[in-house]
Write a protein that binds this ligand. Structure first.
Ligand code: UDP
Length: 313
């Protein structure tokens, strides 16, 4: 297939691109590089790969046939979307519209990268796909959460009214190589603090929970979803839930760090719990995560140590 990946230079977009090329597809990655980086694509030496530097909130034109469109462009870390609130809203709304328009125009399939953030600060745990969520539209995270909720609504409308063969994945916290060390998310932050023996910054009391999925598992679930005919959202994530304090201790153990744990204020609207219910993905896609948190983190720590040696920072 000839496949377009918006956000192709990002953390997930670049891993998805690798997998698609490995499966024998042709890939056109589009990215405006505000949070993505061509360094994530540098290793690719494949004539079936093209990169286009472009902002997908503008009209999207791609020459020739397109069989499938993945819409992965968006700032995705809380500090990124706090710094880029308008861009985040635009890529989730206008960008989704343009990517769907391209799919419709080309008669292509479509997959939206949605998020566990559509559940907001959830009042039920774990979160099944049927849960409608608890989102503060005017809080600092609203720019991301509401953009993605709008994106889901737009995707369903293009399916219902235009017959586009759409899919929606709700991605839960994912980690692994290429996640920017300074993007502010908990996994890169804690690992980079630990390998420098700097204090580990736990926000709040650290009793909030998250469930971390290794990137290869996530991409595998997304690839399986692409091959399916499911139109309703599907959660992809690892249900192994931990408190942030437990997570900080695990990072200290795995890095052999001398870091101490310090406490910082909890950001506004920080979800108190998060854990995917993956019964649907198991049944529908025959998918479940294979990489346990210790082995995934060991590989990720290795990646950041190498990066530190190369850049000397
Ligand atoms: N967090 C933390 N210290 C940090 C960064 C994040 O304690 O240096 C916490 C944050 O408050 C949240 C959790 O870790 O409860 C996950 O944060 P992240 O930014 O990775 O993503 P989120 O799941 O909130 O979207």
């Amino acid at each position: 297939m000839r496949i377009v990946v918006t956000g192709g230079a990002g953390f997930l977009g670049s891993h998805l691109t690798d997998r698609l090329l490995l499966e024998g597809h042709e890939v056109i990655a589009i990215d405006n590089l505000i949070t993505g980086s061509t360094a994530n694509l540098e290793h690719i030496r494949d004539p079936r790969f093209t990169f286009i530097h472009y902002d997908v909130t503008n009209y999207l034109y791609v020459d020739g046939k397109v069989d499938f469109v993945f819409h992965f462009a968006s700032p995705a870390s809380p500090i990124d979307y706090l710094e880029l609130p308008i861009q985040t809203l635009k890529v989730g709304s206008l960008g989704t519209h343009k990517a769907l328009g391209l799919a419709k125009n080309k008669g292509a399939g479509f997959l939206l990268a949605s998020t566990s953030e559509v559940y907001g600060d959830p009042q039920i745990n774990p979160q099944p796909e049927e849960y409608w969520g608890n989102v503060n539209p005017v809080g600092p995270r609203g720019v991301y959460d509401e953009a993605k909720r709008f994106a889901e609504a737009m995707t369903m409308a293009y399916h219902t009214f235009h017959g586009v063969e759409t899919r929606i994945v709700r991605i839960f916290n994912t980690y692994g190589p290429r996640n920017r060390p300074n993007d502010g998310r908990v996994v890169p932050s804690f690992i980079n603090q630990a390998i420098r023996n700097q204090p580990i910054t736990v926000f709040g009391k650290g009793d909030q929970t998250r469930s971390f999925c290794y990137v290869s598992d996530l991409i595998d679930g997304i690839y399986k979803l692409m091959l399916s005919n499911e139109r309703m959202p599907v959660n992809i994530g690892n249900p192994h839930e931990m408190t942030i304090l437990e997570f900080a201790r695990l990072i200290i153990e795995l890095t052999g760090s001398r870091s101490e744990i310090i406490y910082k204020p909890l950001p506004q609207d920080d979800p108190t719990v998060r854990r995917p219910d993956i019964a649907k993905a198991r049944k529908l896609l025959g998918w479940e995560p294979k990489v346990d948190v210790r082995s995934g983190l060991t590989k990720t720590i290795e990646f950041y140590r190498k990066m530190m040696k190369v850049t000397g920072t």
